[in-house]
Design a protein around this ligand. Structure first.
Ligand SMILES: [Zn+2]
Length: 314
């Protein structure tokens, strides 16, 4: 039976129809996540009805809805436990009640990094693998893990997904999460401009003249030999690589999957992380395989079927 899926990201709410492991159709609407999620629900409901209509999938045939959000979720109650400056009303919403009233369907809900990991585990780079860690390099650093064939959730739903908040720099940059020197507060898209501007070579750097100071600009200027670009690239690679070593020491994976928008520069990132991990991870049994995602942006959508079955078994 088809499942409707939505992935409420910071800039776009992606949605689609998944059936038998295949994304039949997908699209997106703007998130406007600086405002409340409740304000976006009428548009999302209309978009879900629209995509069903356009693809000849009658709503009566849909089994339910799966949704991923950028927060910690209590999967037993379906309630969102926190907000991090986006969709600030999330902890007040009962999305299961919304889905019931709007569509008469059950709604499964999960953290977005964990959803992407589920997608890669069930149908992507981690297919057939019982022990994997996935990290998403983007606005923040999303982490999730599968151990011994089970998704790691923890008693409060936060196990694994705070992996981007492992301390990689003692006494480093304070992080909005409350900790100091987190991987995410040292090297992610949201802190990149501050990291670059703090470098002494920034005023004379090509980066100072970039309209959009993103990782694409950093990798481009570094490749051209720009001193600040090279320093920021090296700093970021070191942060992600040391985080990878810590995650490998914590979870004992066979497979380490890296995704996210910054992986547009996978040709530089993958060899750097692999080489660092080979030198510094303690894995006397052998070598962790480090690969890019297979599903990219659609991983969280593909996970929708598994999640619905997990939270509403049939
Ligand atoms: Zn943090």
């Amino acid at each position: 039976m088809p499942v409707l899926v939505c992935d409420a990201g910071a800039t776009r709410i992606k949605f689609g129809i998944v059936d038998n492991g295949q994304v039949l159709a997908h699209d997106s609407i703007p998130s406007r996540s600086e405002g409340p999620l409740a304000m976006r629900l009428p548009d999302l409901a209309a978009a879900l009805r629209g995509i069903c209509r356009m693809n000849d999938v009658p709503l009566e045939s849909v089994r339910g809805i799966s949704m991923s959000v950028p927060s910690i979720v209590d999967v037993r109650t379906g309630r969102i436990l926190a907000e991090y400056g986006r969709f600030r009303d999330m902890p007040t919403l009962d999305l299961r009640a919304w889905a019931r009233e709007e569509f008469g369907k059950p709604l499964a809900i999960e953290n977005d990094a964990r959803m992407a990991c589920i997608g890669e585990w069930r149908a992507g780079a981690g297919r057939g693998c019982d022990n994997m860690v996935m990290i998403t390099l983007g606005t923040g650093l999303g982490v999730s893990a599968v151990m011994e064939g089970r998704l790691v959730r923890g008693v409060h739903g936060q196990a694994g997904i705070l992996g981007g908040h492992i301390t990689v720099k003692y006494g480093g940059t304070p992080c909005p999460c409350g900790s100091i020197g987190c991987a995410e507060s040292e090297a992610s898209s949201k802190v990149l401009a501050a990291v670059a501007r703090a470098h002494p070579a920034f005023p004379g750097s090509a980066l100072a003249r970039e309209e959009l100071l993103d990782f694409a600009a950093v990798f481009r200027t570094a490749a051209a030999g720009d001193a600040c670009g090279l320093a920021v690239r090296e700093h970021s690679l070191q942060v992600w690589s040391s985080l990878a070593v810590s995650l490998i020491h914590v979870y004992d994976p066979e497979l380490f999957v890296i995704g996210g928008g910054i992986m547009a520069s996978a040709d530089v990132i993958l060899p750097a992380v692999r080489s660092y991990v080979e030198r510094h991870a303690n894995t006397p049994w052998g070598k962790v395989t480090i690969v890019p995602t297979a599903l990219g942006d659609t991983a969280a959508l593909v996970a929708g079927e598994w999640l619905l079955q997990d939270q509403f078994p049939q």
